[in-house]
Design a protein around this ligand. Structure first.
Ligand SMILES: CCCCCCCC(=O)SCCNC(=O)CCNC(=O)[C@H](O)C(C)(C)COP(=O)(O)OP(=O)(O)OC[C@H]1O[C@@H](n2cnc3c(N)ncnc32)[C@H](O)[C@@H]1OP(=O)(O)O
Length: 378
């Protein structure tokens, strides 16, 4: 067992850290304030090979291991979790193709992402179904060598920018999860419309929209897996993507810890820097300890995937622990800053707003506990 990064992993970490420090951080407050799409930042990420990390090199992607992806994920989120979510959305959308596509589909549907900066969206969540994926209402009806998709999806990252959509729909509602099927919709066909960008509490740099599908035709050749396999495709995708969202939490927590240490060293009360008060020392010790514990859980959940092992349990351990931890650490950072922590001119209230979303997306903290309990009692 090794507890240190290799030389190439450290080099990759340094590239991502430099990008986060010099490119993301200077503009993070602007994109948070304006809630506009950070295309310039994403363009630089694409040029540096920090976008499309999960697409294997043989299909034109960056081809990083899962461990390498989470190492990068921590740095991106340290820069700004909203920008990190925008960057990673392509990988989430492309994972079903990477994991379950045929050779022909992988070449055709992944290869073009290396030609220029392009976005792809993962369309699973629906207004009524939410966490209960098996209850989705979007339908896909076979019509010759096409399917016709009708329905609505919500909370879709980069949905207004995307040129490709990975969409889950049911071919038979009565079959519940056994009717769900995965499709790739190319381009922006007639009948596919995106709403305005949602006005979110945090991660405001990531674009979130609702999508409506009205008689959207998709060729049978773009069905990923068989009819009825879509639920398993979605669950396997989330097993693969949750380590990254866990690591986003670590990035937020590390930023909150660093800001708190810096502020606590400068701010004085009762004649000494507040870091010399044990009350503050204990808070900062807890912040550091829990950030590190989440990082270790996340490394393990990613390493299992690199070993070709199922990581459902460890992926939910990491996502759940890290998300709840980041919320607590960011809230404590606001406490360390006192009144200034509540003011937007200081950096920590953004971290608290950004952390909250990680307890909600990619499976809420409650869904993670459900998965953990089911895995334990299997
Ligand atoms: C990184 C950037 C982030 C971008 C923005 C974020 C985007 C998002 O948030 S994506 C959407 C997030 N949504 C979620 O995470 C959905 C949460 N819900 C779930 O995960 C599931 O619905 C969950 C766990 C509640 C289970 O639901 P439930 O309907 O009870 O299904 P369940 O009975 O457990 O399983 C059904 C079948 O699937 C199988 N299955 C379950 N889990 C898995 C798995 N991990 N792998 C393979 N198969 C699985 C089961 O074995 C079962 O198989 P069978 O058909 O043989 O019985």
């Amino acid at each position: 067992m090794e507890f240190q990064l290799t030389e190439s992993q450290r080099a990759l970490q340094e590239t991502a850290r430099k990008y986060a420090r010099e490119v993301i951080r200077p503009k993070a407050a602007h994109y948070d304030e304006t809630a506009t799409f950070p295309r310039d930042l994403l363009s630089t990420a694409w040029e540096l090979g920090l976008l499309n990390m999960a697409i294997p090199a043989e299909y034109g992607g960056v081809g990083l291991s899962h461990l390498e992806q989470v190492i990068v994920g921590e740095e991106l989120s340290w820069g700004c979790a909203g920008v990190a979510t925008s960057i990673i959305a392509n990988d989430l959308a492309n994972l079903p193709i990477i994991l379950h596509g045929t050779e022909e589909q992988k070449k055709r549907l992944l290869g073009h992402f290396s030609e220029r900066l392009k976005f792809s969206s993962f369309c699973l969540t629906e207004p009524e179904a939410g966490s209960d994926v098996a209850s989705m209402q979007t339908t896909a009806v076979r019509d010759g060598d096409h399917y016709v998709i009708n329905g609505a999806k919500c909370f879709i990252t980069n949905g207004g920018q995307a040129e490709q959509y990975t969409v889950f729909a049911t071919v038979d509602k009565a079959k519940k999860h056994k009717g769900i099927t995965c499709f790739v919709v190319e381009g922006r066909p007639k009948g596919l419309t995106a709403s305005k960008h949602e006005n979110k509490m945090g991660q405001r740099a990531s674009e979130t929209v609702s999508l409506t599908f009205e008689d959207v035709r998709v060729p049978v050749a773009n069905r990923i897996g068989e009819e009825g396999q879509g639920f398993a495709v979605a669950m396997a995708t989330l097993d693969n993507s949750r380590p990254l969202t866990a690591m986003f939490s670590v990035g937020i927590a590390r930023a909150a810890l660093e800001y708190s240490m810096e502020y606590a060293s400068q701010r004085k009360t009762f004649g000494k820097p507040i870091i010399e008060h044990q009350a503050i020392q204990f808070m900062i010790a807890d912040m550091a300890m829990n950030t590190h514990a989440a990082r270790m859980l996340t490394y393990e959940s990613a390493w299992l995937l690199d070993e070709g092992k199922r990581n459902t349990l460890q992926s939910s351990y990491a996502k759940c622990f890290a998300a709840d931890m980041a919320m607590k650490v960011a809230t404590d950072a606001v406490q360390v800053y006192g009144g200034y922590g509540y003011i937007k001119d200081y950096p920590v209230e953004k971290l608290m707003r950004d952390a909250k979303l990680i307890q909600v997306y990619e499976g809420t903290s409650q869904v993670q506990r459900l998965v953990i309990a089911r895995e334990l009692f299997k």
